[in-house]
Structures are given as structure tokens and as C-alpha cells.
Design a protein around this ligand. Structure first.
Ligand code: SF4
Length: 373
């Protein structure tokens, strides 16, 4: 049924209508004027050109600040509940482009407290995953001098006074309305959103002046930052700007890659053999027989293999269009297409796994306030 989907920080289900979601959340489209303006700072990232990062809050304002010489800080993060998969990497890759393009500081928040509160995991487990996930983040090549990693339970001393300020401005009624909490929700979960607000304000506290912050992240995180933005002016902080992406699809044809379906999820630590097997089982827009596909063509719009090329693995627009064209005309078959994608993913993962190993040498120098892992 149209509009029958759910997008919250903890649950994404159904076929997401992204235009409708933008209206429901009250965010603005990244229109051609904004794309033209962004292209003035450097080559547009394919995720912008292709509408993967497609909606925002106060993006124009933060670019105005940048043009005035008031450089912003970038803030993004991860809830460490399991191994990193390609869906987690996608917005981080965009964050890296932001840092390279604008030469900005970066804060990366590991919400180990959140995953402890919302999932059946111990703090030891979420802490261990925070380290493992941080290796993937560092492996993407963020500037080690300009990038700091926050782990909530490690940096809590610095964060707690700011979280308290936000907590005092946020009622239970707001938390219930935004997140759907009820009487059975543990009280840590109700407080948690204040911790997610902190990195939006920390640069201002650290610098002793108003530092703009932009948060590139999945659209599912918007509810948290509505709370952050509501509190900001009351506390004397600039409202963070946001730029949102769509969810990275699963190999099973679903709208979001999810660790709950391991066979449809590619992890950064997967072997080449595992990738081949998973891509081999992917949902495609192919026909039931070779003859039919040659005659009638396939449907790239619904095909997970095509979507993987679109989202991450084919940056060249003309090659992507050529693939779609060949698919529709029946000039390429799904087996060949899957083999090509498997090869692209494995080349990427081989390099990433190598950089991930090297990240172990520098991840200790990138911790906020110099905490020890
Ligand atoms: Fe998808 Fe490729 Fe098959 Fe077309 S040929 S449906 S793009 S796997």
C-alpha cells in the first residue's frame, strides 16, 4: 500500500516513499540551485548527483557561514551493535568527501550506550564493536589530524554536562511524540537522545565561539536531531544543519541493508568467497528464463545488483546508463552482471581490509580527549 512504511532510528520497514518521508519529516529537497552551488566547492559526489543524499535542513545557511569564513565541523556516527556492513560505509564515504572538499574537522560518535540500552547487548560487547567499527571508519582515510572519535561511555565526563542541558529542555511528552516511547520503555532510552545531541554542540563548547555543525547521515536519524535542533537556541548553540541520505538497499531487494538478514548483507570483513555467494543469491529484475530475458529485457529499477552499482560501485554515469540500457534491451544477463559486481566489491573489500589492518596503528591517536580503547 502506498505510504505503508516506517522509518525511525530503530526500525525501517516497508517500501519507503522518500518524497513522502521528506514531507512527513519537514525537510527540504536538495534542488538544482543547491547542487549548482555545491559544485562550486569541488566535483559533486555521485551520491549528490544521483539524489542519494537528497534532502536537508539549513544546508544553505551552513554554506553561507562557510563562505563568510566560519568553517563548520562535520559530525556523524554509528551505533556499534555488530560488524560494519556496506550500508554503514555509504554515508561515511560521503562524510570523507565532505571533509576533503571543505577541509573541516570531523567528530565521529560511537553510541555504545544506545546499543546497550536498546538491544540485548552488554556494555563490554558494544565497547568491543565500537573499536571494530572505528577501524572501518578510519580505514576510509579521514584526516587523522582533523578527526576525533567519541565513544559515549569513554567521553561521558565531557559530554554529560551538555547532555544535561539538553535533557532539561526536553520533556517526556516530546520524547514520546518523537520516538513513540511508552511506559514500558527503560528510562535510559528516554535520556539517550540527549547524548546524541552532544557532538552537535561540543565544537562550540570546545572553541568558546559559535561553531556551525553539519550532520550527514541516514534520514532515519532525523527524529534525534529534531530534538537537538529544538533545544539549540534555548541553550545558546547554533542549530546543526543536516544532509540526509536514503537507506542502502539489501541484496534481497529490501529498501535497507540489515544485519538481521546476514545472507543479504555484505560485511567489510567478508571473504571473496562469501561475497560471491551472497551476490549470487541477490534479488534481480531478471526474467524467468534466458530466452525471455533476451526477448523482453530485465528491470534495473527493482534489481539489487543494479542498485549496488548505482549506490556505491559504479561512479561513472555513462557506464551506469549503459548497464541500465543493456539490461532493458536484454543485451546482458543476470549471471554476467552478478559476476561483474562481485569483482567490483571484492576489489573494494581487499583494499579496505588492508587499510583496516593499518588503521589499528592510528586509531588510538584519533580518540577524543585521548581516551584509551
Ligand atoms: Fe539486474 Fe543486471 Fe539482471 Fe539487469 S541484467 S536485472 S541489471 S542483474
Amino acid at each position: 500500500m502506498p505510504g505503508d512504511f516506517k522509518v525511525t532510528p530503530w526500525e525501517v520497514t516497508g517500501d519507503i516513499d522518500y518524497d513522502l518521508l521528506m514531507k512527513q519529516f519537514g525537510t527540504l529537497p536538495i534542488d538544482q540551485d543547491l547542487l549548482d552551488r555545491l559544485s562550486g566547492y569541488g566535483d559533486l559526489h555521485p551520491m549528490l548527483r544521483r539524489g542519494i543524499f537528497y534532502t536537508h535542513r539549513d544546508l544553505k545557511w551552513i554554506l553561507d557561514e562557510y563562505d563568510k569564513g566560519n568553517r563548520f565541523t562535520i559530525y556523524t556516527g554509528r551505533g556499534p551493535s555488530g560488524n560494519t556492513h556496506l550500508g554503514h560505509l555509504m554515508p561515511w564515504i560521503f562524510n570523507k568527501w565532505m571533509q576533503d572538499t571543505f577541509g573541516c574537522d570531523m567528530l565521529f560518535q560511537m553510541t555504545d550506550d544506545e546499543k546497550f540500552l536498546f538491544k540485548d547487548l552488554s556494555l563490554e560487547e558494544t565497547g568491543k564493536m565500537a573499536y571494530e567499527n572505528a577501524l572501518d571508519f578510519v580505514a576510509l582515510g579521514f584526516d587523522p589530524k582533523r578527526t576525533k572519535i567519541i565513544v559515549d561511555t569513554k567521553n561521558v565526563g565531557r559530554m554529560y554536562p551538555i547532555a544535561l542541558e539538553v535533557a532539561k529542555r526536553t520533556t517526556f511528552s516530546t520524547a514520546k511524540a518523537v520516538f513513540g516511547f511508552d511506559n514500558s520503555t527503560n528510562i535510559g532510552s528516554i535520556f539517550y537522545t540527549t547524548m546524541q545531541s552532544v557532538p552537535a554542540f561540543l565544537p562550540t563548547v570546545d572553541a568558546g565561539r559559535q561553531v556551525p555543525v553539519i550532520i550527514p547521515c541516514g534520514i532515519d536519524q532525523d527524529p534525534h536531531f529534531r530534538v537537538t535542533r529544538d533545544a539549540a537556541p534555548h541553550l545558546g548553540y547554533p542549530k546543526p544543519s543536516l544532509i540526509f541520505c536514503k537507506m542502502f538497499p539489501g541484496l534481497n531487494g529490501g529498501d535497507k541493508m540489515s544485519s538481521s538478514d546476514e545472507n543479504a548483507t555484505i560485511y567489510t570483513t567478508d571473504s571473496a568467497k562469501a561475497v560471491k555467494k551472497k551476490v549470487g543469491r541477490a534479488f534481480t529484475g531478471g526474467r524467468v528464463s534466458v530466452e525471455e530475458q533476451r526477448q523482453l529485457g530485465g528491470n534495473p529499477e527493482v534489481c539489487a545488483v543494479f542498485k549496488y552499482n548505482f549506490y556505491l560501485f559504479e561512479h561513472d554515469d555513462s557506464k551506469l546508463n549503459e548497464l541500465a540500457d543493456k539490461c532493458r534491451k536484454g543485451e546482458i544477463l543476470c549471471g554476467e552482471c552478478k559476476m561483474c559486481l562481485t569483482q567490483k566489491i571484492n576489489v573494494f573489500l581487499e583494499e579496505h581490509q588492508d587499510r583496516r589492518e593499518k588503521a589499528k596503528d592510528i586509531v588510538g591517536d584519533m580518540t577524543y580527549d585521548g581516551f584509551e580503547w
